[in-house]
Write a protein that binds this ligand. Structure first.
Ligand SMILES: Nc1ccn([C@@H]2O[C@H](COP(=O)(O)OP(=O)(O)OP(=O)(O)O)[C@@H](O)[C@H]2O)c(=O)n1
Ligand SMILES: [Ca+2]
Length: 499
């Protein structure tokens, strides 16, 4: 009986240290299992795709985007994997032949089929957004614009993707989605850092979008977003007819009207300081007035002899005439009686802002140097320019003096940038491999990929998780060894006791 009692007392499982260690080991295992379950929730590993067609006034581009399926709500995860430039002009140029608009997309859409894995085709959304060219066509001939949209819709539905619509987007959407794109790509949206304003220059319209420091006095210039848990109150404006092709027509029409008033020769000679000395090109009056951007004038037909004389400061004076700055019903205006708060913060200037300033090698100079270089460029004889750039299309080449001067005048006299904040403007084409423009923001919005609230994050970052698991495994292993040793010692002692 005495012996039996001694065995009971010395049973090692009854020692508090051993009980303590055992509880710790079990607790440790439970914690490890729980963490690995939370951390390793099954996640689909594959990529998803989206296609957006930018049907601009001068041309159409097809953008293909890709993102990891499990990370679609994180900022900066969507990237552009391919672009295809549709051959020919923009879809609005098919007003007299709407079927041609749909057909023009074929080559790029076939390319899209090859770029996106076949098993993803049916779930890949396709959106087409048309901008200022189609806005103008709609103003001129609504039936023609509907036919063009019906034609591209019919064409896009023949592909195995998930067709989501073809529509004319508003100027506010164009500005706001451009702003979302640049800030999404720069990963500014879920951080307390400042955002980047967006400046977009197309062929037929131009947009300015930024977060101002002052109240927005006109309702149609204000847009509110809640993205990743932050509220954004944006100023945006789109100037229809102030893209660089329409602005050239506006400017030429003014020169034509005064030349016509001064002398009624046929052809009418229009001397233009925005074109190089020695440049001489024959145009029809109709080619300048073929747009609803211009008021009808009494010169409706005839031939123009367009003669350049390359004088930058006269060119700038002539361009100023297309901006009406005489009246403003608000505390501040840009031009044409449009409210605009003072520009604030850094800006990204893309599309034709970039094409032109990049060609002229003016993307990183001060305003004063930019003017000097442009003055020199405009006064260079046309013959020399053609010799210097044999590979550039003559139509593009002839217009860079006008376009550069237009950009400078729009930014300085129109939007009120100064020599102090000139270098806050970055002329850029791409951000981390994706084009700056409205298309990415448009897709992110329509696929709900930017949540209003910040998405849930992992329990801990991957590196932290791995360190934690290694440390904890070692810890439990040591505890286990200690427990074994202690158990063996206790058993021995107990056995000795029995003997
Ligand atoms: N390498 C290039 C490409 C385009 N352009 C010019 O840039 C303008 C078009 O810019 P873009 O942003 O493509 O305009 P769209 O989107 O077609 O027009 P919008 O946005 O007004 O609808 C046109 O004048 C075109 O001639 C250029 O000078 N150099
Ligand atoms: Ca555009």
């Amino acid at each position: 009986m005495d012996e039996q009692e001694e065995v009971k007392v010395k049973n090692p499982w009854h020692r508090p240290v051993l009980i303590f260690l055992t509880v710790f080991i079990i607790l440790g295992i439970v914690i490890m299992v729980s963490i690995s379950v939370v951390q390793n929730k099954p996640l689909p590993k594959k990529y998803k795709y989206g296609i957006v067609l930018d049907a601009g006034s001068s041309h159409t581009s097809v953008f293909i985007y890709e993102w990891p399926a499990e990370k679609e709500n994180n900022t900066g995860m969507v990237r552009q994997i391919h672009t295809c430039n549709v051959k020919g002009k923009g879809i609005s140029s098919y007003n007299a032949n709407p079927d041609g608009a749909g057909k023009s997309l074929q080559e790029c859409m076939v390319e899209a089929k090859q770029k996106i894995p076949a098993y993803r085709h049916s779930e890949t959304p396709v959106y087409l957004g048309a901008t200022a060219g189609m806005r103008l066509l709609k103003m001129e001939d609504e039936t023609a614009s509907e036919k063009v949209l019906a034609s591209v819709e019919h064409s896009l539905k023949t592909y195995p993707f998930s067709y989501q619509g073809a529509r004319i987007i508003s100027g506010q959407e164009e500005g706001a989605f451009g702003w979302i794109t640049v800030n999404y790509l720069n990963q500014n949206l879920n951080k307390p850092t400042g955002t980047l304003g967006a400046l977009d220059l197309g062929g037929a319209s131009t947009q300015i979008t930024f977060i101002p420091q002052q109240e927005i006095e006109s309702g149609d210039n204000s847009i509110d977003f809640r993205l990743y848990g932050n509220d954004y109150h944006l100023y945006t404006h789109s100037f229809l007819c102030y893209g660089k092709d329409q602005a050239l027509k506006l400017s030429l029409s003014k020169k034509l009207v005064s030349a016509h008033a001064a002398s009624k020769t046929d052809p009418i000679e229009v001397r233009d300081p925005c074109f190089h000395p020695g440049y001489n090109f024959t145009r029809t009056v109709q080619s300048i007035f073929d747009t609803p951007c211009m008021k009808a004038v009494n010169i409706s037909s005839g031939i123009i002899s367009h003669v350049g004389f390359g004088d930058w400061s006269q060119c700038q004076q002539s361009i100023r005439k297309v901006f009406n700055t005489s009246r403003c019903a608000y505390s501040k205006c840009s031009f044409n009686e449009v409210f605009q708060p003072s520009v604030y913060g850094k800006f990204g200037a893309f599309s034709a802002f970039f094409f032109v300033m990049d060609f002229l090698n003016l993307t990183s100079d001060s305003l004063a140097i930019t003017k000097q270089k442009l003055e020199k460029y405009c006064s260079t004889p046309w013959k020399k320019i053609v010799e210097n750039y044999p590979l550039v299309k003559e139509k593009y080449l002839s217009e860079y003096c006008f376009s550069g001067t237009y950009i400078l005048t729009l930014l300085e006299d129109g939007y009120n940038f100064t020599s102090e904040n000139w270098q806050d403007i970055s002329f850029l084409k791409k951000i981390k491999g994706s084009d700056a423009g409205w298309t990415l923001g448009y897709m992110l919005n329509l696929t709900n990929m930017i949540p209003a609230e910040a998405p849930d994050t992992r329990l801990m970052p991957y590196g932290g998780y791995v360190t934690f698991m290694i440390f904890f495994t070692l810890f439990i292993f040591v505890l286990f060894l200690l427990a074994c040793l202690y158990f063996r010692q206790s058993t021995r002692k107990a056995q000795k006791g029995i003997i």
